[in-house]
Design a protein around this ligand. Structure first.
Ligand code: SAM
Length: 229
């Protein structure tokens, strides 16, 4: 079976499970080649609905989690997005496919921050090889500080678990009316995924489901001594 066929099977199963519902998200998941963001060894598992190791103790999230976050963020053409936790770069590419589709008259942009320089460099290469480098900017640094240079953002997604619901700089950098998606809780078990909507100076948060992410490490995250699960 080719990667393309496996990708289609995975997407169909996510539709059946009612995780994927929006046409644009379905199309983006059918288009972005997840295998190209993985090591050669991991490529055969690219279309299993499971997190996979990307080295340095980090993971690429399971496809159903990528799909859920994209759906809840209501990503649309023209959005300016900030992602905390580039990892492999796959989720940034999915976001780019949604906010800056080919031939868009109003392309958005994805800024993505990764604390491990080696992962940031590798993600940049994968994004270039898959053609998403013009709509994604990879930044090496502490994402709990956000990226004020390009703020405010229409949408912010955090792909590592935060000890508190939203690190204060991210609240500040979210546009009025913007949406933020973040897993939060303890450093290993007992985390939940939240959707937070900004309404002026109010932030309304909704708990979506229990999840398990690697910890968010940084000034407004866990400290680095607690990095391993
Ligand atoms: N979105 C990624 C993908 O598509 O492959 C998966 C992200 S992985 C679950 C979480 C990532 O967050 C790891 O690569 C980790 O190094 C990174 N991370 C943790 N704390 C961070 C921080 N403060 N700033 C930036 N990246 C951070």
């Amino acid at each position: 079976m080719s990667f393309k066929e496996k990708r289609k099977d995975l997407v169909e199963s996510l539709i059946k499970r009612k995780i994927l519902t929006k046409t644009e998200v379905i199309d983006a998941m059918l288009k972005v080649p997840r295998e190209k963001f993985l090591s050669e060894k991991a490529q055969s598992s690219a279309y299993m609905d499971t997190p996979l190791s990307i080295g340095l103790g980090q993971t690429i999230s399971a496809p159903h989690m990528n799909a859920m976050m994209c759906e809840y963020l209501e990503l649309k053409e023209g959005d300016k997005v900030l992602e905390i936790g580039t990892g492999s770069g796959y989720h940034a590419a999915l976001c780019a496919e949604l906010v800056a589709p080919e031939n868009s008259q109003n392309p958005g942009h994805v800024f993505t921050i990764e604390r491990h320089e080696e992962l940031a460099e590798r993600a940049e290469i994968s994004l270039k090889e898959t053609g998403y480098n013009s709509s994604v900017t990879v930044i090496h640094g502490d994402g709990t500080l956000g990226y004020s240079e390009a703020a405010p953002y229409d949408k912010i997604l955090v792909t590592a678990a935060s000890p508190e619901k939203v690190p204060p700089p991210l609240k500040k950098q979210l546009k009025d009316g913007g949406i933020l998606c973040i897993p939060a809780g303890s450093k290993s078990f007992g985390q939940n995924l939240y959707i937070v909507r900004r309404d002026g100076e109010k932030f309304k948060s909704k708990k979506i489901t229990g999840v398990r992410f690697v910890p968010l490490i940084g000034k407004f995250g866990f400290n680095s001594k607690s990095e391993s699960l």
